[in-house]
Each structure stands twice: as C-alpha cells, then as structure tokens.
Design a protein around this ligand. Structure first.
Ligand code: APR
Length: 235
C-alpha cells in the first residue's frame, strides 16, 4: 500500500483549535482578505500580526487529540509492514508532530515559524507571541523590518508541491480528514488519486465540496472515528 493522508482544520477541532468555515470558525470573525493575504500584510501589518500572534499563542495551550495520535500510530504500523505513508496537512498548528507523526508536510506553512521577506531567513519561534510587538530579523547584514508568519496566504504558492505530486502519483489508499475540500490545490488531490484508481475515504462532520459517489464518506468527529477507520484501512 502507498497511503496518503490529507488533513484539514477538522482534525484539530477536537483539540479546541478553531476551524475556518464551520459555524463560529475563523472566517466568521475575520475576512480572509483582511488577515490572510500579502496585500493585507502590506496594508495593515499590525492587524495581521495580532491575528497570527493570537493563533501562535494558542499553540501553547492545546494538545494533540486521539485523531492526531491515531495517525501517528498508523504511520508506525504502516512502516513496520513495509507500506508507504505520507501525511500532508493544510493545518499550520504543530499538533501532528507533537503527536509523533514523523514528517508531516505542512503545505500551508507553520505558525511556529517566522520568515524574513527581505533575506529569506526562517526561524522557529513559539515564544514571541506579544500581539503588539513585531519580531525583527536578526540575520547578519539584513536589518529588515518585521518578520512575517511563515504561513501560505491566499494568492501564494503552497509549500512542497513537488513532493506532494510524487506521493499522489504513487498513492493507492487516500484518506482526507477534517477538510471541507474548498481550497485548491489541496481540494484537487482527491480527484487526482481517484482518477489513478486509488481507494478513497473522506472523514469529516459533513460531506465536503469535492466528494464523489465513489468515495467512502465516514461522518463524525475525527477523534472518535479515526482510530477504528485507520484499522479498517489496514485490512
Ligand atoms: N472531526 C472531523 N471533521 C471535522 C470536525 C471534527 N471534530 N470538526 C469540523 N470538521 C470538518 C468539517 O466538516 C469541515 O469539513 O472539518 C472541515 C473544516 O473545514 P474548513 O474550516 O474549511 O477547514 P479546511 O478544509 O482545513 O480549510 C482549508 O482553507 O482558509 C484556508 O488555509 C486555510 O488550510 C485552510 C484551508
């Protein structure tokens, strides 16, 4: 088997991390164009910074849930049986790694990373979370202004698409967990592997936008459903 798992905000919902498009989600409180685009960062960096600093600070008070742990355990089982496993996440939280997943591909970047737009320096930082204080680049000779969150904003190119394309090309078993299938290119992965003949499972609270009759939809909360669903996928 060559298993590819794609996760979205729903996998972290049971850890208390807000999703985007559910009732009460992040995009109810903020318009994406005001806080999640390069134009927003240029126009009002203080507003964008406050939005991300609140999410960065929240990393310290959330824990991986049973869904994250089940995925990490499944990865170990798959490796022990000689199967291929790739975890791709749209999430910018660090819960997959903290649950033990060995190499999650963060295609939308990570809240725990800050990046300098002038010199490209990237640093891991989860402690500078004051919403009113920018973090400046300390790289020798850079002297740039504020570091930005190293997350992929609307209109920007997601990270590691080449690696993702290779994993999708070999995929025989695809599972999407907790994603609405609303944002491309991630939303297109399902059709791509389905075209290639992979078996497809979708786990979420409600059917995602990109569901097809041939996909196996498994409704419910990931923390409750995933442990058993992953056992089934192994069979
Ligand atoms: N268990 C399983 N699924 C859940 C749970 C849960 N406890 N709670 C919510 N969900 C599902 C919802 O049914 C929905 O399908 O998670 C999905 C959340 O959808 P979105 O909020 O749109 O999140 P996501 O699909 O990850 O968004 C994709 O959009 O705004 C951008 O960059 C952002 O990475 C994000 C991308």
């Amino acid at each position: 088997m060559q298993v590819v798992v794609l996760t979205g905000a729903g996998v972290s919902a049971d850890s208390g991390v807000a999703t985007f498009r559910d009732a009460g989600g992040l995009w109810e409180g903020h318009r994406p164009e005001d806080v999640a685009t390069p134009e927003a960062w240029a126009a009002d960096p203080a507003l964008v910074w406050r939005f991300y600093q609140a999410r960065r600070a929240a990393l310290a008070v959330v824990e991986p849930n049973a869904a994250h742990l089940a995925l990490a355990a499944f990865e170990r089982r798959a490796a022990a049986r000689g199967h291929g496993f790739t975890l791709i996440t749209q999430n910018v939280d660090d819960l997959h790694a903290r649950a033990g997943s060995s190499a999650p591909i963060h295609m939308h970047g990570e809240l725990a990373r800050l990046r300098c737009e002038r010199c490209g320096a990237v640093r891991r930082d989860t402690t500078s979370v004051d919403p009113e204080r920018f973090v400046t680049c300390g790289a020798p000779g850079c002297g740039a202004g504020a570091l930005r969150p190293d997350v992929v904003w609307f209109g920007e190119v997601p990270y590691r698409l080449d690696e993702i394309a290779r994993a999708l090309a070999d995929c025989t078993h695809f599972l999407a967990v907790g994603t609405s299938g609303a944002v491309y290119p991630a939303a297109g992965f399902l059709a791509e592997v389905r075209r290639r003949g992979a078996r497809t499972w979708i786990q979420a609270l409600e059917p995602p936008d990109n569901l097809d009759a041939s996909d196996r939809f498994v409704p419910g909360r990931a923390a409750e459903i995933l442990p058993e669903l992953l056992d089934e996928l192994c069979r």
